[in-house]
Design a protein around this ligand. Structure first.
Ligand SMILES: CC(C)(COP(=O)(O)OP(=O)(O)OC[C@H]1O[C@@H](n2cnc3c(N)ncnc32)[C@H](O)[C@@H]1OP(=O)(O)O)[C@@H](O)C(=O)NCCC(=O)NCCS
Length: 328
């Protein structure tokens, strides 16, 4: 039996203002609005300017979540930033966020689970709060994928975007909003979605640069198939752990990578598409930020409210996957 429950006190999101449309991409690579729309559902994405790093977006999203939570930065005990586009290898992006907010009491670290990072973060926050270690955790998903996108590769550059979302989770004596979290991973799929250069395996060199190893590489078709299977499986496992069925859910918020993936998951779960949240037409795939940005927008649009039962489900490089059942 857990000592405490977890309440979501606030959410916030921040998307950089610059919009890159499919028409803009038509001028950059051999593609078309028609191809991108029918294959992915994406119409436009947001792009951070040259001077903007991931922590800059994260800080803006965090400020909004803190304001809604009616907390000061000093009230935060821990900051977790899920990202695959940290400002630097170190210090962590979470440390830059801590400094930017003035969250002087907070421990801070980054979490690398690619597009599933926010769900992994929910699991960590849940455990730290439920076992009584911390009262207030700021969990952020933030990315500037435009900085690791190969703008000459039409297979990938149409898919990704930049943005950040944040959530403030707090200890409660009442029942927990986080009913269950399910996580999974399989490193055997490492090569299908990968940024090979810049780490200790292939340190930055002229050769890594010439071979464009500092950009995302993806085998789209293969990723697609596993994404559908694993997200549907994760959604079902988390529901089972929460003692719920798909029919109980008010909304599913899936990772926003491709509308066809989302449709395939809904079909597999025999779940109505009208109760699935989609915003990828505006933002594309923003990796660790997608589910929290979508949850924030769903809350602000009134698609979910106090008492609503929803499920977040994500899939990403690694491969990693996960799902969380939440009663707001
Ligand atoms: C990438 C993705 C949209 C491609 O869709 P697809 O239906 O699988 O398309 P294919 O890979 O079969 O490519 C079909 C053709 O379109 C071409 N193509 C690829 N990108 C294109 C683009 N932007 N514009 C025009 N044509 C393009 C390919 O070169 C290929 O041409 P060919 O048949 O002459 O070789 C899709 O596979 C996908 O979304 N995969 C999952 C990606 C994902 O979610 N990643 C993140 C997970 S977190």
């Amino acid at each position: 039996m857990n000592k405490y429950g977890v309440k979501i006190l606030g959410t916030g999101s921040f998307m950089p203002p610059k919009v890159l449309t499919n028409a803009d991409l038509e001028k950059m690579v051999q593609t078309s609005d028609e191809w991108i729309t029918t294959r992915t559902g994406i119409k436009e994405r947001r792009i951070a300017d040259e001077k903007t790093a991931t922590s800059d977006l994260a800080i803006e999203a965090a400020k909004k979540a803190l304001e809604e939570a009616k907390l000061k930065p000093e009230d935060i005990d821990m900051i977790i930033v899920a990202t695959v586009t940290p400002d630097m290898s170190f210090p962590s992006t979470a440390c830059f966020v801590q400094k930017g907010l003035g969250a002087s009491r907070a421990a801070a670290f980054d979490l690398a689970a690619a597009c599933s990072g926010f769900i992994y973060g929910i699991s960590i926050a849940k455990n730290f709060i439920e076992n009584g270690t911390y009262k207030h955790i700021l969990l952020i998903g933030a990315e500037t994928l435009s900085k690791i996108t190969d703008w000459q590769d039409r297979n990938t550059c149409v898919l990704f975007g930049d943005g950040a979302g944040a959530m403030v989770l707090a200890r409660t004596e009442g029942p927990s909003s986080l009913l269950s979290v399910y996580l999974g991973a399989d490193g055997n799929y490492d090569k299908l979605l990968i940024l090979p250069g810049g780490g200790s395996r292939n340190p930055v060199s002229k050769e890594t640069m010439d071979n464009r190893l500092h950009f995302i590489k993806m085998a789209g078709k293969e990723v697609f198939k596993v994404a559908v299977t694993k997200m549907a499986e994760a959604a079902e496992k988390a529901l089972e752990a929460a003692g719920k069925t798909p029919a109980d859910l008010d909304l599913i918020i899936p990772h926003q990578a491709n509308l066809r993936i989302i449709e395939a998951i809904a079909k597999r779960m025999d779940y109505p598409l009208e109760k699935v949240y989609v915003n990828l037409h505006k933002y594309g795939n923003v990796s660790a930020a997608t589910t929290i940005v979508a949850l924030d927008e769903a809350r602000k649009e009134g698609r979910v409210k106090e008492g609503s039962l929803l499920e977040l489900v994500a899939f990403g490089g690694g491969f990693t996957w996960g799902a969380a059942v939440i009663q707001l």
